[in-house]
Design a protein around this ligand. Structure first.
Ligand SMILES: [Mn+2]
Length: 303
């Protein structure tokens, strides 16, 4: 577990007093502000222990950090620059593979600590199950919280091959904590028949694209929102670097506009970006797409 309270004294990069943090650790581009000043705390949850098909998302957060130096810190879309954004990247959590519940507890504790300091936790996965750990903390902090969920997959299974704690079930686990009408899904184009049937009575599933997003954000008004972005909502032609690619997804620019809208207009109190599995895309374009989405989200959130 990273102890970020002591980080940022030297621009966030050097932290010789902590056993789990190396002095030369990479950070997301320009996200090296002092802890005291930072409004957004970025951290990685490099876990892929329940991945149902192709593993590798444990390498997602480090790839996003490393490749972030290949994009500009300035966004021409928003006319804002990460150099001015109050963000500190605390690095990756050290998570124990083999004990999923212990991993979720570690993520929960980290997220809770960030929230307790009045800051916004921004988690980089990892597989999608990591959302459950962060959401548990956000729910304790904000009882009346809703979820906006971008994904190719509904993730509403009761269990996957008998296992409840699977990335294929993560939104169902979240639903068990908040109940009906609190989960708003967009871009969904995959799931079994039972997931879609069950979902109709319990969550709001917007299939294939972002139609209805403005109405959802408007209806949520100032209520707290947990925003989770599974990058496989993108079409695999622009984002092949993922464990369960699903053809027929949204374009990069559609996702960019949608995340910007949510981060600008909704009361996002915690968020995550997950499911980059960089080794399935030797071209590196998937990692770059992830970096650019993270940059746009950080800049839109830093209002
Ligand atoms: Mn997915």
């Amino acid at each position: 577990m990273l102890n970020f309270e002591y980080m940022g004294k030297d621009g966030g990069r050097v932290n010789p007093g902590l056993p789990l943090t190396s002095a030369n650790k990479e950070i997301f581009l320009e996200c090296d502000k002092d802890f005291e000043d930072a409004r957004i705390i970025l951290f990685g949850a490099p876990f892929d222990g329940t991945t149902s098909y192709r593993p590798g998302t444990r390498f997602g957060s480090s790839a996003i950090r490393r490749e972030s130096f290949g994009i500009e810190s300035y966004s021409p879309y928003l006319d804002r620059d990460l150099m001015d954004a109050l963000v500190l990247d605390c690095g990756d959590l050290e998570l124990c593979f083999g004990d999923t519940e212990a991993v979720l507890e570690d993520i929960d504790r980290q997220t809770w600590a960030v929230l307790e300091h009045g800051k916004l936790p921004f988690m980089l996965g990892g597989e999608h199950l990591v959302t459950l750990g962060a959401f548990r903390a956000a729910l304790r902090r904000y009882g009346d919280i809703s979820i906006i969920h971008f994904d190719a997959h509904a993730d509403l299974r009761e269990d996957y091959l008998g296992v409840a704690l699977s990335h294929a079930c993560v939104l169902r686990r979240c639903w068990e904590l908040v109940g009906d009408d609190r989960i708003h899904q967009f871009g969904i184009r995959s799931g079994d028949r039972e997931e879609f049937r069950w979902g109709r009575g319990h969550v709001h599933t917007h299939r294939f694209d972002f139609d209805g997003l403005e109405d959802t954000v408007t209806a949520l008004a100032d209520r707290p929102v947990y925003f989770t972005v599974d990058l496989d909502v993108l079409d695999p032609s622009v984002f092949p670097g993922t464990g369960t690619p699903e053809p027929g997804g949204v374009s990069f620019d559609a996702l960019r506009q949608a995340v910007t809208y949510v981060c600008s207009r909704a009361n996002v109190v915690a968020c995550d970006v997950n499911e980059l599995s960089p080794h399935y895309d030797p071209s590196g374009i998937s990692a770059m797409a992830a970096c650019k989405i993270v940059r746009e989200m950080l800049l839109a959130l830093n209002k």
